[in-house]
Ligand binder design. Sequence first.
Ligand code: BG6
Length: 497
Amino acid sequence: MTEPCTFVIFGATGNLAVNKLLPALYHLEEAGRLPEGIAIVGFGRREWDDDTWRDAVQKSLTPKARRGLHEETFRRFRARLRFFQGDLNEYEAYGRLRHFIENAPDLSQNVIFYMAIRPSEFAIVSEYLAAAALNYENGGWRRLVIEKPFGYDLESAQMLEERLHRNFTEEQLFRIDHYLGKGTVQNVLVFRFANLLMEPLWSRNYIDHVQITHSEVQGIERRADYYDGAGALRDMLQSHLLQLLTLVAMEPPAMLDAESLRDEKVKVLRSIRPIPPSAVHAHAFRAQYRRGLVNGEKVSAYVEEPGVAPNSTTETYAAIKLYIDNWRWRGVPFYIRTGKRLAEDTSIIAIRFKHPPQQLFRKTPIEALAPNWLILGIQPKECLRAEIQIKVPGLEMRTRTTVLDATIDVPDAEKLDAYEALLLDVVEGDHSLFLRYDEVRWAWRVVDPILKVWSMERDFIQTYPAGSWGPAEALRLFDREDQTWRHSIDPNYEDEH
Ligand code: BG6
């Protein structure tokens, strides 16, 4: 049985809490998965009492509850909510918080501190918590949850970890990468390790290359403050997309426990061939969106977004090519790309297989055999498909691509949000879907040389029109001419952008 706990949210009135954490906790309530004795404490600066916060949560949850706000479920949920007024930059608030947690008869001494705050505040808040002895596990466990970005580059990530580790053990730390909570992402492991079918094919012998794409139609919204200092490589690629790569490429773990899984992921990251500064241009490409059309409407260029400097060279598109130098993958390119203001919202892992070794159909009307692809759609559509060639019925020898589809269609009202799985794991103390420190460090090591070279080249950046699939020049990353970006899960997708 899951133990009761006190779930403290720093930044309780901020975006992450309102848009993701509280809806996820509510949906867990609805699913009957919250432990009986859980209390949710909102830590915020506003002069609110419990009821003001409860009303605000009710209001913000109403449009987000998948099946509408259910009266009885919300009544139970509402009763768990407590508001704690405090300024997270003031030490005295932490002493009061400790007093509050220790003296409220209905609060459990198992405490989760969720940092839904600016990453620059992680270290100092962890130090204040420790100064008030809130990290001590004498009457119950203590967990600290942080969310990417973990640092700004390899060096700052190391500094952050040192500061966190002064007061919290690795066992107490939960580093969230919300991509690991997504349905298809978890399905990668099941697909690979619960089926024998693919395993013999899952290597350099049969796989031509792997592509991982994350594209977004939206721009940077109102996040210039953060995004202009980060850019696409840090924002998406170093974290979420490298995580996807590790799941596709890892060896079967010895067991399904957190350490065995994370050991295998780290082995992949360690095997990625380092990119020396002289090879950065051959392996990485960056660009920035200019004005363009999105759904028929004119949209601004990145440099015209509020808060962005007119001469900013921050990339909103990044594409890289990586090689994993191990027995399974040596020589197989992994192409990874991400961008804002692209043609469509889509996240897919696309694995292209090699052509059969013999051109048996050369003397038939078949012009060119399309290769087999395996497509793992992450969003908007979750799917798992294999594309194969079949003969078209009739007298002629012609082929076409057909799809073996292992997708389970889930109605919208049933679709889980990534945070639901992850928050439940924090409550249950399961680290499997959370990053271990060495994973973070090795992932930074992969992108660090690229970041360094780009940071020195601050006078020019290629651009692409908003609403397009990004710059054609990014094709230069491909090893061969017959390799190109796969934009869609649909084999017949026509690129109109
Ligand atoms: C976040 C990035 O981590 O992930 C955002 O900071 C990005 O820039 C988002 O839009 C994408 O997440 P999702 O779940 O919407 O694909």
